[in-house]
Design a protein around this ligand. Structure first.
Ligand SMILES: [Zn+2]
Length: 178
């Protein structure tokens, strides 16, 4: 396992712990060169869990994608990576909890927005601007009015993606007939 700090590829495992349900093993490793510690998770690669996009397409649920979206929303914000990891874990648990083994991206987005709203308003607005559908925009604008009373949100509004620019990740294409 390559060290995330210095890139060295040899380490020793200093702690190994199975999750409560026994579905993953968490290993604490120490780099043999820089001696910094990092964590890896081992999971069984089984049938994937899916997300259903707005246009009906399905794709594999990937923790890394969720995390990437959160990292973008939280760029330069005072939100710890541990906090984001918790949100990713919650999103994953939500998907795994589905008897159909799949969830709509809008449902996952909503869960994440609810968490972000309580953590960081700017990150929340950024994330919402990517996730919301056209029909939700009025509702969202109403909420923005409330948020705009805070200084943070003014900053966020100024940073919303420009019109016409394709938003990253889960952005939907305009629906036919509109
Ligand atoms: Zn290292």
């Amino acid at each position: 396992m390559k060290c995330p700090f210095c890139g060295f590829d040899q380490d020793k495992v200093v702690d190994s712990r199975e999750s409560k349900e026994g579905e993953s093993i968490r290993r604490r490793r120490e780099c043999l060169r820089c001696e910094k510690r990092f964590t890896t998770y081992e999971r069984i690669d089984e049938i994937p869990y899916m997300v259903v996009k707005k246009d009906g397409r399905r794709e594999k649920f990937e923790r890394q994608k969720v995390l990437n979206g959160l990292l973008r929303a939280c760029e330069k914000r005072p939100v710890s990576i541990g906090r984001l990891e918790q949100i990713v874990n919650e999103a994953e648990a939500f998907v795994i909890d589905s008897p159909e083994r799949e969830r709509k991206t809008s449902e996952i987005g909503e869960l994440i927005m609810n968490r972000l709203r309580n953590i960081d308003k700017v990150a929340y607005v950024r994330f919402a601007s990517v996730y919301l559908d056209f029909k939700d925009v009025q509702e969202f604008l109403a909420e923005l009015q409330d948020l705009l009373k805070s200084k943070d949100a003014k900053e966020a509004a100024a940073r919303l993606p420009e019109k016409g620019k394709p938003a990253a990740g889960s952005a939907s294409k305009p629906k036919a007939g509109r």
